[in-house]
Design a protein around this ligand. Structure first.
Ligand SMILES: Cc1cc2nc3c(=O)[nH]c(=O)nc-3n(C[C@H](O)[C@H](O)[C@H](O)COP(=O)(O)OP(=O)(O)OC[C@H]3O[C@@H](n4cnc5c(N)ncnc54)[C@H](O)[C@@H]3O)c2cc1C
Length: 236
């Protein structure tokens, strides 16, 4: 179940090389001379993959950090400008699975809930103040609550240890429900993300930041001879 079905379908019959960080992409404008590969992808382990085309799907955050050292020749100015202009957003999750459900019956449809942060918390975002909560019970039947942390609170939560993130999430739940009910529900399992801290992601979603425009997405998506671009940030 899940998205892996799509991946398995697309990957069928394709030679997928995993655990192979790309350290360099040499590309040509398509007028490569005879005998020369149009694109060469250099891997950290020293291998060089020669190809007629290269499709780069690096996340925008990784492109922002690494494009200067990755591409040879360097990317043209308009491409660099698009990488610089578009923003990378922050969205982190802490998922908690409980033995018992304590949140149903408190309201007619408690699938998604949220506590409006205090004015003070909005001024100085505190990790436990601003997530919205999603209950997976209506969809999967499991007693799972997921806290979504965006923007500054996401940055704070991503830097916390798992123990600290869970403590913070439980403290918030105890401020919204009866603390003894939260304790009695018995936390069984935790999963959390820290995409903004992940060196291969450097963030969650791209967005059209102040000062950028949808044309930046087109500029990012535009092919450069043998070098093509795809991935979330190029989607319009
Ligand atoms: C919290 C959150 C919730 C989301 N929920 C949904 C949802 O419910 N539904 C939905 O449709 N979408 C959702 N999305 C969005 C979706 O996950 C992304 O849009 C999608 O995964 C982007 O795919 P991509 O291939 O562009 O990039 P990625 O999935 O980020 O793939 C890029 C790949 O490049 C690799 N990489 C990075 N650097 C290098 C390097 N130097 N060498 C080699 N490989 C490298 C990375 O390891 C990664 O595997 C969510 C995203 C977030 C953050």
């Amino acid at each position: 179940a899940g998205y892996v079905q799509l991946i398995d379908h697309l990957a069928a019959g394709v030679n997928v090389i995993l655990d192979a960080p790309v350290e360099g992409i040499e590309w040509s404008d398509g007028s490569a001379s005879a005998g020369q590969p149009a694109a060469v992808v250099r891997l950290r382990d020293g291998r060089a993959l020669e190809a007629d085309f290269c499709v780069c799907t690096l996340p925008l955050g990784v492109l922002k950090r690494d494009h200067e050292r990755l591409f040879q020749p360097p990317l043209p100015d308009r491409k660099k400008q698009a990488i610089c202009n578009l923003g990378v957003g922050v969205l982190e999750k802490v998922a908690l699975r409980f033995e018992h459900c304590f949140w149903e019956g408190k309201a007619k449809q408690l699938h998604c809930f949220y506590r409006v942060p205090t004015v003070e918390a909005r001024a100085t975002p505190a990790a436990c103040e601003a997530p919205y909560w999603l209950s997976l019970r209506p969809v999967t039947g499991s007693n799972v609550l997921i806290a979504y942390y965006a923007t500054e609170t996401g940055r704070i939560v991503a830097k916390l240890s798992e123990e600290e993130a869970v403590k913070s999430a439980l403290a918030l739940l105890k401020s919204m429900f009866k603390p003894e009910e939260v304790d009695a529900a018995k936390l069984l399992e935790v999963k959390r993300t820290a995409w903004i801290e992940d060196e291969w992601a450097c963030g969650a979603y791209s967005f059209v930041a102040v000062g950028s425009s949808p044309e930046d997405r087109s500029a990012l998506a535009a092919p450069l001879g043998a070098l093509h671009f795809a991935g979330e940030a190029t989607d319009q």
